[in-house]
Design a protein around this ligand. Structure first.
Ligand code: GLA
Length: 660
């Protein structure tokens, strides 16, 4: 079943209103709600006193109108009594000071008292709802993430990883500045060290913080799995942009991935929305388990806490929700139902306004609800099949947070720049971890594999040897797993594969560029970082145009086995990224998608041998797409007899075609 619904907070509204809400949801074609993820104080008003009656009634009222419930465990916002009783559970921030009560996500996942209270509420909820016919699944907590400056917990994690202090001293190289540790208690959390900490310690601390959320989540999952075997378990993640948790690790214990998609949050009140940024979020989330996912919070209106975000324009809510579906979503849940009257998120607009009246946003969701009721079964379970993969490494991301190398060097921005260029070529793209089997792909792009294991290098070699086309970008192979610099020429373990040695490099001053001499691509530029590359078997494709290394190699291609490894020694501007994307596809024998229209995204899912093609008009003008012939069954949006598809501003079409 395709799940389509809304995040609902019955505890914010008089009970007398619930039946009307449930009726409006049913009329909109909704079949699911998520509830209770912030309702701890209503569920456990005082220690070990549980009150589930109100939630039972809410679930029943909604079920009476056809709604299934996903229950959130409410641990992201502990009640005031809990924190007053256990002040040591408050999270410490970078300043070294603990937060005070008054927001959420304010606890350390390692704190034993908090973990005890967590187990109790989760056990009680699981016991209450394990066989409720309307409950289908659980969301653990809400948007995990932060640092965990719990020094004893960090040390015990280090013991598990390294075993002995000698191993730590050796692998972190603590002789430097006399940091040799002779007792576990001497190891600091890198809070107020007065400067850049030891890179080995800092990377392991980032890993520990990530692992401590993964472990805290696992503690909840174990309880739910045992008591609610019929229910699925998910967590609402934060897409590509969130960078303090290794999402591949967090995903491992979950049944399905869900995430929160806010193209127009309040933190970004830019006029334009970048469709490729949303697409990257979806592809990253699909990549975590290589399976369909849900959007558990799909933007329903303008964002707003203190500042009010730009309101989504007519058609955008539906367009964004269909874009999620085009990239693999099998569930869409809007956040939130009705705009809250109280609390920090008073201005976070729901489908209904403060006054509870259904307006244009509700009507737009309702339109889509009726469409999904008609076409959801055709879509649900359909796969995205990609020939192109991009390798995402959280170890690299964490290590580059510690030492960005250049103030402008941003792993996520570079990753997005390369993704945008491939996405513009209408390629389906899988986002894969460093240990993924690369056999299914024709092109693999590995932005800055800074922390690189021999195993990953060997897997990339096998991929190219067997005929793959690889792109690697600078700061490749610089660090080992302990964040120590390798003692071999760069790109380290990739030097043989890329057929180059990086003899020198230049970290560019702010705003500086180096014009590249790349035949046929005027305007190609290197930015931020320039590796001065000496080919050792590779052919030179582009040379630097400026500075003392003008004429030296900037981009090379190395024929290796039956494939090719491309080394890009700099961070490309858009012109260069676009040219490279086209070139890589060409080298791999992949045609870029059939021409679409400006600003129209074309994305494909496969239901067996049926191709479902989504056309998404991200512009505010009508666009006309010329279809590529063949018979189409229009699920949404009827093409004209002349094979042209007219898409109104922000409109969507879905066409099905049988292959073969
Ligand atoms: C996040 C949270 C929600 C809500 C929205 C809007 O995605 O998961 O609880 O706070 O943002 O701020």
């Amino acid at each position: 079943m395709f799940y389509f619904g809304v995040d609902y907070y019955p505890e914010h509204w008089p009970e007398a209103r619930w039946p009307q809400d449930a009726r409006l949801m049913a009329e909109a074609g909704f079949n699911v709600v998520r509830m209770a993820e912030f309702a701890w104080s209503k569920l456990e008003p005082s220690p070990d006193v549980y009150e589930f009656g109100w939630l039972d009634r809410a679930i029943d009222v909604l079920a009476g109108h056809g709604m299934r419930t996903v229950l959130g465990t409410p641990t992201a916002s502990p009640p005031a009594w809990l924190m007053a009783k256990h002040p040591d559970a408050f999270l410490t921030r970078e300043s070294g000071r603990a937060v005070t009560y008054g927001n959420r996500r304010n606890t350390s996942p390692s704190n034993e008292a908090f973990r005890h209270r967590t187990r109790r509420i989760v056990e009680e909820m699981a016991g209450r709802y394990h066989d409720h016919p309307a409950v289908i699944g659980w969301q653990i907590d809400n948007e995990f993430g932060d640092r965990d400056y719990d020094a004893p917990a960090f040390r015990s994690w280090l013991r598990g990883r390294f075993g002995t202090l000698d191993a730590i001293n050796e692998r972190w190289g603590t002789t430097f500045w006399s940091h040799t540790y002779t007792d576990w208690g001497q190891i600091p959390v890198p809070l107020s060290t007065g400067g850049v900490p030891n890179p080995g310690l800092a990377l392991d601390f980032a890993r520990f913080c990530s692992a401590s959320y993964v472990e805290y989540q696992k503690m909840q999952i174990d309880i739910l799995r045992e008591r609610c075997p019929r229910h699925f378990i998910t967590h609402n993640l934060m897409g590509f942009t969130y960078d303090l948790i290794d999402y591949f690790d967090l995903a491992r214990d979950l049944d399905i991935i869900s995430w929160d998609n806010y193209p127009r949050g309040f933190w970004n009140i830019a006029a334009d929305v970048d469709a490729s940024a949303m697409a990257l979020g979806h592809d990253t989330m699909r990549g975590l388990k290589r399976q369909s996912f849900w959007v558990m919070e799909q933007q329903a209106g303008a964002g707003g806490w203190d500042v009010v975000g730009v309101t989504p324009k007519p058609g955008e809510l539906r367009l964004w929700a269909y874009q999620a579906i085009a990239h693999g979503a099998d569930g869409i849940v809007f956040f939130r139902w009705r705009t809250a009257r109280h609390g920090t998120e008073q201005y976070w607009h729901g489908l209904l306004g403060h006054d509870g009246r259904p307006g244009r946003r509700y009507q737009e969701a309702k339109r889509m609800g009726h469409e999904i009721a008609r076409i959801g079964d055709d879509i649900v379970g359909a796969q995205v099949r990609a020939n192109v993969a991009m390798m995402l490494s959280y170890d690299t991301r964490f290590a580059l947070q510690v030492q960005p190398n250049n103030p402008a060097f941003s792993y996520p921005a570079q990753f997005h720049g390369l993704y945008r260029a491939l996405h513009a070529q209408q390629q389906a793209i899988d986002i894969v971890p460093t240990d993924e089997d690369l056999t299914p792909y024709k092109v693999v792009v590995v932005p800055s594999p800074y922390v690189l294991t021999e195993a990953t290098a060997a897997s990339l070699e096998r991929f190219v040897e067997a005929g793959g086309t690889l792109l690697v970008t600078p700061r490749a192979g610089v660090k080992d797993e302990d964040n120590a610099v390798v003692d071999r020429p760069l790109p380290g373990h990739l030097a043989r594969l890329c057929g180059v040695v990086v003899d020198d490099h230049d970290s560019l001053p702010e705003g500086a560029v180096n014009a590249l001499d790349l035949p046929g691509v005027p305007g190609a530029q290197g930015r931020i970082w320039c590796d001065i590359v000496t080919p050792q078997g590779a052919d030179v494709v582009a040379r630097y145009g400026d500075d003392f290394y003008a004429g030296e190699a900037a981009i090379t291609v190395h024929a290796f086995g039956s494939g090719h490894a491309v080394y890009l020694g700099t961070i490309g501007n858009d012109v260069l990224n676009e040219a490279l994307a086209a070139r890589l596809l060409e080298m791999a024998g992949l045609a870029s998608g059939p021409p679409s229209a400006p600003g129209v995204e074309r994305s494909v899912r496969w239901q067996g041998d049926t191709r479902l093609v989504f056309y998404l008009n991200h512009t505010d003008r009508e666009q006309v797409v010329t279809l590529d012939g063949g018979d189409h069954r229009a699920l949404l949006g009827e093409p004209a007899a002349d094979g042209r598809l007219r898409l109104a501003p922000r409109d969507v079409a879905v066409l099905a075609a049988k292959e073969g």
